[in-house]
Design a protein around this ligand. Sequence first.
Ligand SMILES: [Zn+2]
Length: 78
Amino acid sequence: MQLETESLTKIVNKIIATRPDEIDCDTCYSELDNFVDMLREGKKAEEVKPLVQHHLNMCNDCCEEFEALLLALDAVEA
Ligand SMILES: [Zn+2]
């Protein structure tokens, strides 16, 4: 049982492993406007700013911020 838990932990750690070039929340936040603009212009923001995309996948707080920003911009244009 103990061994199973350990290998499961290893697998989980691999999935959520941090990248060496990972950005933090402040950096993500400062890039977020840009990132959303690109998305809305139909650019492949996840290719232009993969680190922002990566952070959004990892970080619930920033992801919520990102979605709120998208919604807010949609509301402005609607
Ligand atoms: Zn974050």
